[in-house]
Ligand binder design. Sequence first.
Ligand code: NAP
Length: 307
Amino acid sequence: MRNVIIIGSGCAGNTAAVYAARANLKPLVVGGHEPGGQLSITSLVENFPGFPEGIQGPELVENIRRQAEHFGAEFTHGSVIEADLRTRPFRLNIDGEWQPARTVIIATGASARWLNLPNEQKLIGHGVSSCATCDGFFYRGKKVMVIGGGDTAMEEANFLTRFASEVAVVHRRDDFRASKIMLDRARANSKIKFLTNTVVDDVHDINHGAVTAVTLRNVKTGETWQRDVDGFFVAIGHIPNTKPFAGQVELDDEGYIVDHGNATTNIPGVFHAGDVQDRLYRQAITAAGMGCMAAIAAERFLETEGH
Ligand code: NAP
C-alpha cells in the first residue's frame, strides 16, 4: 500500500515528490504520457527563481526528479488509465495494473488544444505541430504560421523567427489575449506578420504527406484564400488531463479540477497540483509551489488518519 501516489511528472508532480519523499512517505510518481510535462518541451526558462542565467526546461524538471529520487521517491513509466476514488484505499489502474494508495496527488497537467481541422491530425509531425521549441529547428529559411492570440502564440512566433524566413500569426479576433510585453515584442519583430479576424478552414496537403498551404477565412468579410506555408504551429491553449477522474473529482465546465482550498479536491485524501487545476498562472514556479502544497496537505491528511 502506497502512502502517496503522485500522478504526473512535470514541475508540480516532481516537486510534490521531493516534499513527500523528504517526509518519508516513499511516494510513487506515475510519469504519464508526457513525462516531464510542459518543461520537457521548452527551451530556456528565464523566470524560475534561483537561475540568474536561466536554465533549460528539460534540465530543470530532470533536476527536480533527481532531487526527489535522492530522498527515496520512486518513478514509474506509464499512465493512469482509470481511477477508483469512491472508496478508500483509492485504487489507480496504471496501464492495466491496479495499485492501492492512501492518498493521491493529481498533477497531470494540461495538453495542447487542436483546431480539429479535417486534415490537422493527419499532418501532425509532418508540418503540423503544437510545440515551436521542439520543431522550430526544422523550418530554417521556411515559411511558418502560428495560430492563436495568447502569450504562447507570441512566444512561439518570436522563437520561430530564429529559423523561419517568415512567421504569420493568425488570430480569430483583432484583440489579443497576450500580455502587452509579449505582443509588443512580436509586433516589433520584422519577420512576424499578423493576420487578424482570420480563421483557418483547413491545412494541406495530405496527398503530399506534408504541410504546403492553408485555407484561411476572414470572419468579417467571409473571404477565403490559400496561403503557402511549410510549418503550421497551433498555439490555442490547453486541455486539462482529467479524463480518468471525471465523475469522481469535481471538475469545472472546461475539465479543470475545482480547488476546495489548500490543494484539496472534493474527495478527502485526493489533492491537486499544477496546470490540471490552474488555468490562470500556469508557470513552472506556481506549479512547483502547488506541488509543495499538495505534498504537505497529503502528509497532514495521513497524520490525522494515524499513518
Ligand atoms: P490562452 O491565453 O488561453 O490563449 C489562447 C489563444 O488561442 C487565444 O487568443 C484564443 O483566442 C485562441 N483560440 C482558442 N481556441 C481557438 C480556436 N478554436 N480557434 C482559434 N483560436 C483559438 O493560452 P496560451 O497562450 O497558451 O496561454 C496560457 C497561459 O500561459 C496564459 O495565462 C499565459 O499568460 C501563460 N503564458 C505565459 C508565457 C510567458 O509569460 N512567458 C508564455 C506562454 C504562456 P481568443 O482570444 O479569441 O479566445
